[in-house]
Design a protein around this ligand. Structure first.
Ligand SMILES: [Zn+2]
Length: 350
C-alpha cells in the first residue's frame, strides 16, 4: 500500500511570492510573466501528481546520475536531447556545466557528510532543467526535478549559477522524502528553513568557510545589477536582507514576538522561516555548522508532515542528546541548541 502525498505539496519557488508580486507592481514585466507561468506550472503538476510518489519503495535503487536538460528558452521541461548526462564532457554552454557541477557538490555533500544516497536515499537521478522560459525570474523544485530560469539580467541573474539556489531547491526534495513537511504555516516555514540550512551548509562546505567566515545570506548570488549587494534572506539577521524600491523591505521576523500570522505566502512559509533560521545560525556559531547540520538532518528524518515549531525544537534537542550519547557531537551541544531556540522565543507558549 502506497502512502498518499500530503495535500499541500511543496512546489517551492526560490523567489518568494511577495517579492515577485512587489516586482510586478513596480512594472517589471518579466516578474508578471514569471508569476503567470508559475501558476500554470503548479496547475500542470497538480494533474501529474499521481505519476510520482515520494514513498514508492518498489522502485530499484538508482545511481544518482545528473541529467541536465536545456529548455532552450521554451516553457518545456526535460526537452530532448539531453544537454549533459553523468560522466559526459563539458558542453559549450556555461550554465549547463555550472549546474552539473553544483548538482554534483550537493549530491556529494549528502553522500559524504550525511551518508545519504541522493534526494530519496535510493540513488534518485538529479534532473536539472536550465534556460527555462524567457527571462524567467525563478527556480523551483516541483516534486521530482529542478528547473532554473535565466532571470532578466537586470533584477535577477541566472538562477543556475548559484550554489545556494541549487542546494536549497534539492534540499526541498530531501524534505519531501523524509518529514514531508506540509507547505503551509509553521510546517511550511520549517520546510523552507531546512532548505536554507542545507543551502548555507553546502555553500560553506564548498567554499571552505566556518560559521564565523560565512555571510549567512541566501540568494545574494542571483541579484542582478539593479539589486547588487542585496539578498533574499539573512539567517544571521532576518529582516535585513533587502530594503529597496523594487523589492520593498525584507519581512522576516527574527523572534517569535514578531511572528507573521497573515495569509500571504502560504501563511508565511518564507517569512517565519527567519525564526528557526536565526536559531540555527546561533547554534552553528557555537558548535560549528557541520555539527549543527548533522543534528538538523537527523531531526528531519524524525519529523512529520504537520510538525510545528515547538515540535521541531523538541525533536532537534532530543536528537542532539542522542548524537552526544553516541559520541558524534561534543557534550553540551543539546544545551547550546536549546539556548539558541530560547533566544528566538522558542518553544512558544500559546
Ligand atoms: Zn524554498
Amino acid at each position: 500500500m502506497k502512502k498518499h502525498m500530503c495535500l499541500v505539496r511543496c512546489c517551492c519557488q526560490f523567489v518568494p511570492p511577495n517579492v515577485s508580486e512587489n516586482l510586478a507592481k513596480k512594472g517589471v514585466e518579466e516578474a508578471r510573466v514569471s508569476i503567470q507561468q508559475s501558476k500554470q506550472i503548479r496547475a500542470r503538476r497538480a494533474l501529474r501528481s499521481v505519476s510520482f510518489n515520494a514513498f514508492n519503495l518498489e522502485q530499484a535503487v538508482g545511481e544518482a546520475n545528473r541529467k541536465v536538460y536545456d529548455c532552450k528558452n521554451t516553457w518545456e521541461q526535460r526537452l530532448e536531447p539531453i544537454a549533459r548526462d553523468e560522466g559526459s564532457d563539458h558542453t559549450d554552454d556555461k550554465t549547463v556545466n555550472i549546474v552539473y557541477e553544483y548538482g554534483g557538490i550537493v549530491r556529494d555533500y549528502f553522500r559524504n557528510v550525511l551518508g545519504r544516497n541522493s534526494i530519496d536515499n535510493r540513488g534518485m537521478d538529479l534532473v536539472l532543467n536550465v534556460h527555462f522560459g524567457v527571462d524567467f525570474m525563478n527556480a523551483f523544485w516541483d516534486g521530482d526535478e529542478m528547473t532554473f530560469g535565466d532571470g532578466d539580467g537586470e533584477v535577477f541573474s541566472n538562477f543556475a549559477n548559484s550554489l545556494d539556489v541549487v542546494a536549497h531547491e534539492l534540499a526541498h526534495g530531501v524534505t519531501q522524502f523524509t518529514a514531508n513537511l506540509e507547505y503551509q504555516s509553521q510546517s511550511g516555514a520549517l520546510n523552507e528553513h531546512f532548505s536554507d540550512v542545507f543551502g548555507t551548509a553546502i555553500s560553506q562546505y564548498a567554499n571552505g568557510q566556518t560559521a564565523g567566515d560565512a555571510d549567512w545570506l541566501i540568494g545574494d548570488e542571483i541579484m542582478g545589477p539593479a539589486l547588487y549587494g542585496e539578498a533574499l534572506r539573512s539567517m544571521k539577521a532576518p529582516g535585513t536582507a533587502y530594503n529597496n524600491e523594487l523589492l520593498g523591505v525584507d519581512p522576516q521576523p527574527a523572534h517569535m514576538k514578531d511572528y507573521y500570522a497573515g495569509p500571504e505566502d502560504n501563511q508565511g512559509v518564507h517569512i517565519n522561516s527567519g525564526i528557526p533560521n536565526r536559531a540555527f545560525y546561533l547554534a552553528a556559531m557555537e558548535m560549528g555548522t557541520d555539527k549543527a547540520t548533522l543534528v538538523w538532518y537527523e531531526a528531519l528524518q524524525k519529523l512529520w508532515p504537520t510538525a510545528n515549531f515547538n515540535d521541531a525544537v523538541t525533536v532537534i534537542v532530543e536528537l542532539a542528546r542522542q548524537l552526544t550519547r553516541d559520541g558524534k557531537i561534543p557534550l553540551g551541544s543539546a544545551q547550546i541548541i536549546r539556548a539558541a531556540f530560547r533566544d528566538v522565543g522558542l518553544p512558544s507558549t500559546p
